[in-house]
Design a protein around this ligand. Structure first.
Ligand code: HEC
Ligand code: HEC
Ligand code: HEC
Ligand code: HEC
Ligand code: HEC
Length: 179
């Protein structure tokens, strides 16, 4: 292929690829994996009005929103709903009781929560930058406080990110999200 042909085809391929990235449907909307323990956001963040940040402590200060350690749950569940079967299971994990057959004696075992929203490694995302600009959790995660089981409701694909950046005058060059 000669240089002239490349000069024509490369930009065309570029445009097609970009259009595909922006308009292709998301593979992840509706994804709601079954967790090791059915944690219910509606009971906690909805009915009991707990602040998201009580559990997702690092969402304002770092790229990642942390998922709480079992110790956070036990602040309440040493007293609350102690006879409920999932709370019993949680307590056993925390205490590292031998009889669960699943935990190391005398040592607590963290709950292995399964990630719901997951960006590919080549995408850089940062929570704190969004939270400090007043973007609400629900913009990207839907109304989690009403969810019995968390599921992904927005595509969070490139088009979704880029559109909102355009509307809000946020940086949109490729290196913002791919570094
Ligand atoms: C600030 C207190 C508080 C914290 C912290 C807390 N919970 Fe709860 N949890 C509650 C209350 C209140 C209920 C409702 C109890 C009831 O209805 O009897 C509840 C209920 C539950 C139930 C029973 C749900 C059902 O269907 O009846 C489970 C399981 C549970 N919580 C798990 C967790 C886990 C896991 C964590 C940590 C990630 C956690 N909780 C942290 C207060 C708390
Ligand atoms: C009592 C603790 C607690 C509170 C309060 C809480 N969460 Fe969570 N959250 C969890 C736990 C535990 C998980 C992991 C299990 C799951 O995905 O259901 C989780 C998972 C999530 C996820 C999915 C994470 C992933 O893997 O992609 C999102 C999004 C989320 N929470 C948002 C919120 C929002 C928004 C609020 C406030 C409206 C909130 N949470 C309040 C404990 C909490
Ligand atoms: C601008 C969109 C956006 C906003 C606003 C947002 N999130 Fe997220 N959230 C994401 C994306 C994208 C991921 C997946 C990140 C990854 O895989 O690296 C994610 C992942 C998470 C996770 C899983 C842990 C992690 O960091 O990967 C939790 C928990 C979470 N978000 C909670 C929250 C809470 C709580 C708020 C509000 C205080 C919030 N998010 C606001 C887009 C957003
Ligand atoms: C609801 C609107 C909205 C959505 C959706 C959104 N962003 Fe943003 N983003 C913003 C705003 C506003 C800023 C803040 C710019 C600033 O601080 O000046 C920002 C900032 C950023 C920054 C920091 C830029 C820098 O220079 O440090 C990154 C990285 C980023 N966003 C990535 C993403 C990714 C990846 C997604 C999709 C998963 C996404 N954003 C979705 C509105 C959004
Ligand atoms: C505001 C954030 C943001 C900006 C700016 C951005 N991207 Fe992306 N890009 C993403 C996200 C998020 C994905 C992952 C989509 C997915 O697979 O869910 C992605 C995916 C990609 C992929 C991989 C596609 C695939 O399906 O695996 C390529 C290639 C890419 N982007 C190129 C670019 C180029 C070139 C630019 C500049 C013109 C750019 N991106 C600007 C957020 C961004």
């Amino acid at each position: 292929m000669n240089i002239q042909a490349l000069k024509v085809t490369v930009p065309i391929i570029g445009v097609v690829v970009l259009a595909y990235l922006i308009f292709s449907p998301s593979r992840y909307v509706g994804y709601a994996p079954t967790q090791p323990l059915p944690f219910n956001h509606k009971i906690h963040a909805g009915d009991n009005k707990m602040d998201c940040r009580y559990c997702h402590t690092s969402v304002e200060t770092s790229a990642h929103a942390s998922v709480p350690p079992t110790a956070t749950c036990m602040n309440c569940h040493t007293n609350v709903a102690t006879t409920q079967k999932d709370v019993k299971w949680l307590t056993k994990q925390y205490d590292g009781e031998k009889t669960t057959g699943n935990s190391i004696e005398g040592k607590g075992r963290p709950v292995r929560w399964i990630k719901v929203h997951d960006q590919p490694d080549f995408v850089y995302f940062n929570h704190s930058r969004h939270i400090s600009r007043g973007v609400d959790c629900s913009k990207c995660h839907g109304n989690v406080a009403e969810m019995v089981k968390v599921k992904q409701v927005e595509s969070l694909n490139m088009g979704y990110c880029v559109n909102c950046h355009r509307e809000n005058n946020a940086p949109n060059d490729c290196s913002t999200c791919h570094r």
